[in-house]
Write a protein that binds this ligand. Sequence first.
Ligand SMILES: Cc1cc2nc3c(=O)[nH]c(=O)nc-3n(C[C@H](O)[C@H](O)[C@H](O)COP(=O)(O)OP(=O)(O)OC[C@H]3O[C@@H](n4cnc5c(N)ncnc54)[C@H](O)[C@@H]3O)c2cc1C
Length: 469
Amino acid sequence: MAIEPKKHEMPTQAPEVRAHNFKEVALGYTEEIAVDEAARCLNCKNQPCVTGCPVNIHIPDFIGKIKEKDYEGAYQIINETSSLPAVCGRVCPQETQCESKCTLGIKNEPVGIGRLERFVADWHNENAKTAPEAPKSNGHKVAVVGSGPSGLTCAGDLAKKGYKVSVFEALHTAGGVLVYGIPEFRLPKSIVAKEVDTLKALGVDVETNVVIGKTLTIDELFEQGFEAVFVGSGAGLPNFMGIPGESLKGVYSANEFLTRSNLMKAYNDDPVTPIMKGGKVAVVGGGNVAMDAARTALRLGAEHVYIVYRRSLDELPARKEEVEHAMEEGIDFKLLNNPVEILGFNNPDDPRDPKNGFVTGMKCIKMELGEPDEKGRRRPIPVEGSEFVIDVDTVVISIGTSPNPLIKDTTKGLEVNKRGGIIVNEDGLTSRDAVYAGGDAVTGAATVISAMGAGKLAAASIDEYLSNK
Ligand SMILES: Cc1cc2nc3c(=O)[nH]c(=O)nc-3n(C[C@H](O)[C@H](O)[C@H](O)COP(=O)(O)OP(=O)(O)OC[C@H]3O[C@@H](n4cnc5c(N)ncnc54)[C@H](O)[C@@H]3O)c2cc1C
């Protein structure tokens, strides 16, 4: 039978409908589509796709189970190496990982591995009846700082081995960026909550509203009897541009904007925390976070949303699928433009004028691309005299984040690099005995799957360390 050259389309909500709601955009494969898509897999002997997966999921094997319609069998294969398949099936950049290595992709479109992973995980979540049981305790206590994908993975792997794990999370809800950053329309929060519940069923204790470095220090965790600590505190400190006007009312970091909307439900009619809704919005940046902020602004009722990015479409770092979705929804991409000043209202005759201090526009300059930089991306160069103003009410800055220095500042002997990332060796061990780290706290802003890989590695190292202690 001839192999379909293209992967099966993902059913989605229509752009004109989804641009006004927070429901999930991609609806997931039906069983029939999943089985047809699985049939495209060549089941290559050398399994190149597995090498493209940072946690080495046995991809052809789980796809083989879908061909046999044994979906629980497929789930169990994924679950051997990945603890968050419903999350990864939705947000992993498969196009640059497993799918980029798919043999079928040489001449045709690769197998839709991510879409199949999502199908299997959703099937399991809807149909599996058995909850995991807490394993027998081995008597060792481990603390995990942060409940993002790195912390959850580390906690899960250790709990399965019988460790008594406590996760300490600064925010009031567990999940890290999966709950406060990535919007509901890409990753429903109920999926993350289910993953956290699975960990709790394994005996993991999740303590929210605990800021390590303020409520308790790492040294105090050791005093409380924890024998090892994993730091998965992410990279939640937003970078700013350092241009005039960034402290005006109506300027947000993408983290603040998304947290208010996702975690604090600012889109409700009577929100606990306010957010500026409607008007014209400019989002500065071109990554996944910028796409999420722009599409959130649209759903909050903005009349026009710009993405302002200093390079061209070819260099845009966001996932292709997210860029396409944003374009379909009507986001206006102002490429090869860079902000130089955010402009605000000022009425000197009436200092109490309520409009004082609010954003009115953003001055930008046109850019052109020069020689490639050290990362191989062509360097943007300002075009002299090309400044212009766009009329906006809200500016969301999404130009990257760094690890928060709080844990470094309160933990003696914990070394960090010049970008604030915690320095670890190949086992995930930091410069402090029994303190391990991984995820964005080490690498700076990266991906869910790489954070999970780091959590896994650290769990294995902690197990080895404590087993030999
Ligand atoms: C808006 C957005 C969209 C993204 N989209 C994608 C995507 O589509 N695909 C993808 O692969 N990646 C995406 N990423 C990146 C990905 O989410 C991160 O790389 C990943 O979440 C990092 O995991 P982590 O566990 O290292 O940290 P985080 O997810 O950041 O979790 C760290 C946790 O630690 C907590 N914490 C911090 N300090 C302390 C402290 N002192 N005490 C206690 N707790 C603390 C934080 O509150 C947080 O909950 C996105 C990121 C953002 C912001």
